[in-house]
Every structure is written in C-alpha cells, then in structure tokens.
Ligand binder design. Structure first.
Ligand SMILES: Nc1nc2c(ncn2[C@@H]2O[C@H](COP(=O)(O)OP(=O)(O)OP(=O)(O)O)[C@@H](O)[C@H]2O)c(=O)[nH]1
Ligand SMILES: [Mg+2]
Length: 421
C-alpha cells in the first residue's frame, strides 16, 4: 500500500482491566483500515474529559506530536460524543476519528453484497446524524456534508443537513427492506424444510470461516465453493448458509457470519440484525474461540454481551476452542461436555466437532425401530424424505427402519414402533 495515511492513535485508560490489549486492537483496526500508525499516546484518568476526551495537557501533546510527524489524523480508542469530537477538531485543527467510525470504515471497505453495503451505509449515516456541524474543516465533507445547494425556507444549514441525512437513511432502509424480504422468504423456505440450524459465532479472526469450510469439505461429493478466509479483522461481512449432509448425522444447516469485537458499534449491530438473523433462528450456536489468544476470556465475555444484545445468549452453545494446534502439550481433538479443543485444519478435529454437533443438536431426538407395512405409502414417503434413516431392511411384513426422529414425530409413528431407545 503506497498512500497510507499516517495517524496517531490515542486512548484514555479510564481504569479498564484490558486497556493495553484494547489499544493493541485499535492499532490492528487502524491497520485494517489502511492507516499507518506513526505515534501512540495514552493517558490514565478516572474518567474521560467531558469536553475534549483527553485532558488539556494531553491535547497539546497530541498537537505537538502531530506537527512534528506531519500527521493530520488522530484515532481515539472510545466513541467520542459529538461535543468532544467538535471541540477536539476545533482546538487542534486535526481530523479525529473514533473507534466506532474506524470500525464503520473497515466495514465499508469490506462490504461486497448489496445487503452489507446498505447496512453499513445506514450505520454510517446514523453515526453522522448527531455529529454534522457547519464548520470550516474540509474533512467534514467525509461526514455527510455533501451536496447542499438549496436551503429550505427558515431552516438553518444544520437542520437542512440533518433532514437530508434522515431522508437518505429512510431511502436506504426501504431499499434494504426489499433485499431483506427476499431473504425472509428464503429463510422461511428453509424453515419449511424443518432442517435444524447451526450458526458459527464469535470474535473476529477466531477461525469461524475456516471451520465452516472444513465442515463443508467433510461433506461427501460437496462441490460448493469455500468462503473467504483471511488473517485480518472482519474478513466476513455476509452470512453464508449451507446444507450439511454427512453420513453419520441427520441433515442440518450451517451458517457462517460476521465476527464480533469489543465496543462493536450499536448502530452496526442494529444495522446488521438481518445478517445476524441466522444466528437468531439457530437451534445451536458454535462459539469459535481462538484458544491461543491471551485475551480469550475477554473475547468470550464480549461475544456473550453481543449475543445478549441480540437476545440469543440463552441458546444451546458449543464452546469451540480453535487453533489448539498451536497450544503446547495439548492433545487434540479433546471434548469435555459442550467444550472442544480442536484445530480447523485437522480432519480428525472436524470429525470430533461434527460428533459434538450431533450430540448437542439431536439431544432430544429418539432412535426408533419401526416396522411399516408396505401399504402405508404416506408414512414410508414421510420417512424417506423427512427423517434420518440409520438403517432399512425389507421383510415379508413390511420395511424395517432404524430412524432418528424429533419428539414431534413420535405420535404419528407410535403405532409402528417395535423398539425405542
Ligand atoms: N494455527 C491455526 N490457524 C487457524 C486455524 N483456523 C483458522 N486459522 C487462521 O486464523 C485466521 C482467521 O481465520 P478466519 O476463518 O478467516 O476467521 P473468522 O473467525 O472467520 O474471522 P472474521 O470473518 O474476520 O470474523 C486465518 O489466518 C486462518 O488461517 C487453526 O486451526 N490453526
Ligand atoms: Mg470469517
């Protein structure tokens, strides 16, 4: 990358336990947005300064460092209030970007599908809405100040800008509604098939997409193309769903989706609700965790918090500690209760993960031996198309099936049961 913008990153340590890691993460986020981090500052305060986030002395130091290193952009580790942003930019004549806007910029760069692009655009406009202000700062152009030429009667320039932004948000939301409707029908169609759903969730870069691809690779004769895997934050911004047909398990649907990060902007969570819909309707969540990461506990807590915001923290969950190939003296795969240590790169691990998925997902299923007389066409057809058949043999009195069924199937099959386990 040739023309990377040089930046200074800074944060106030308001006595967080993981401040250093949070700053390291901010650096990775800045790099993911193609900025070049030249300088870093921090300040320890019991709480951030209401007016300028940093204390006055630190603001001066930033100004000085920026001048010395020809930096015009400062990235801050928290979400700034509109007033803090305005005050900082006015007093320093520098361009300030907060953690939220930075994450939004990365999402904008990575959004490829129409749905993802619309969702990011809406989140960005919602972020800009309280922050637009008529000022001389040319960088404001990037914050929704474009195309104002006819002033409405009696309206201040600010009100006009805000009205235009709101109109634009509504337009985009309507557009998104259309793509959403198409998706809803798809998801309804899937639900009609009664297939159980499993969703991969977790912190960004944990290995969700790698796990997804390797489970797909375990499906015999599967020809579907793999999803993108990259060692970068937010490689995945869309949801992909695939049918998983492996010989040892009933068919289920598996989805891969966007990763989480601490302080994930709430506007983004709201805007990406439809993308996260698969996780919301899932019967089982697989939380993928980078087992090698020193901050994995914080990452699990963050994931839990976002799942709570989405209202799905109570769903059955597998804790999948990935990248365990890099852990010294850990034999993989290793299963204990709903927890697995594994490596997405290891075939044996993927088989063990499938086994655990089977255990968790089909926990309430019953294994039945049925004898169906040949003239029970409807039942035979139902079994052949909707139920996982473990074994079938033909006898003089009918077909003998060994099946795995949902509790809801029990009543209609009861007359034919000859053994239940
Ligand atoms: N050592 C090791 N690396 C892995 C393993 N699984 C994934 N990775 C690496 O981890 C990085 C992130 O993998 P992804 O599958 O893209 O992660 P993700 O969770 O989908 O990330 P986002 O889409 O950004 O949320 C890649 O560089 C992978 O090659 C593993 O079992 N062992
Ligand atoms: Mg991914």
């Amino acid at each position: 990358m040739t023309d990377q913008i040089p930046v200074l990153i800074g944060g106030v340590d308001h006595l967080q336990t993981d401040f250093n890691y949070s700053m390291a993460e901010l650096r990775s986020l800045a790099q993911a947005a193609d900025f070049k981090v030249i300088q870093q500052v921090h300040q320890r305060l019991p709480q951030v300064n209401n007016k300028t986030y940093f204390g006055p002395g630190k603001v001066q130091q930033i100004q000085h460092l920026a001048a010395t290193h020809a930096i015009q952009t400062v990235i801050v580790n928290d979400e700034l209030t509109p007033a803090q942003l305005r005050n900082l930019e006015r007093s320093t004549q520098l361009y300030f970007l907060d953690r939220t806007e930075l994450i939004l910029q990365i999402f904008q760069k990575r959004a490829h599908s129409q749905q993802a692009q619309l969702q990011v655009a809406i989140a960005q406009l919602q972020y800009q809405l309280p922050r637009i202000h008529p000022s001389q700062n040319p960088l404001d152009q990037q914050r929704g100040g474009q195309g104002i030429n006819n002033r409405g009667a009696g309206e201040s320039q600010l009100e006009l800008k805000q009205r235009q932004l709101r109109q634009r948000i509504t337009q985009l939301q309507n557009k998104l509604q259309h793509t959403k409707q198409a998706l809803t029908t798809q998801s309804e169609r899937r639900q009609q098939q009664h297939l159980p759903q499993v969703a991969l969730v977790g912190y960004t870069n944990a290995g969700k997409s790698t796990t997804f691809n390797q489970i797909l690779a375990a499906v015999p004769h599967s020809k579907v193309s793999p999803v993108l895997v990259q060692d970068q934050l937010f490689a995945t911004l869309d949801t992909t769903i695939r049918r998983i047909d492996v010989p040892q398990l009933p068919t289920f649907l598996l989805s891969d989706t966007i990763g989480f990060i601490s302080q994930l902007p709430t506007t983004l969570i709201a805007a990406f609700r439809s993308t996260l819909q698969e996780a919301q309707t899932a019967d089982l969540l697989i939380q993928v965790i980078d087992a090698t990461h020193p901050q994995k506990e914080t990452m699990i807590a963050t994931t839990q918090q976002i799942l709570t915001e989405l209202g799905i923290a109570q769903k059955p969950m597998i804790y999948a500690y990935n990248k365990a190939d890099q852990l010294p003296a850990t034999a993989i795969p290793q299963i204990s209760g709903p927890t697995i240590y594994y490596s997405a790169y290891q075939k044996k691990s993927i088989q063990a993960l499938l086994h655990l998925i089977g255990q968790q997902l089909f926990r309430n299923y019953r294994s039945l031996k049925l004898l169906i007389p040949f003239n029970e066409y409807q039942i035979i057809s139902y079994l052949e198309h909707q139920v996982f058949i473990q074994n079938r043999s033909y006898h003089a009195t009918g077909i003998l099936y060994q099946v795995l069924v949902q509790p809801a199937d029990l009543p209609r099959l009861r007359p034919f049961i000859i053994e239940k386990t």
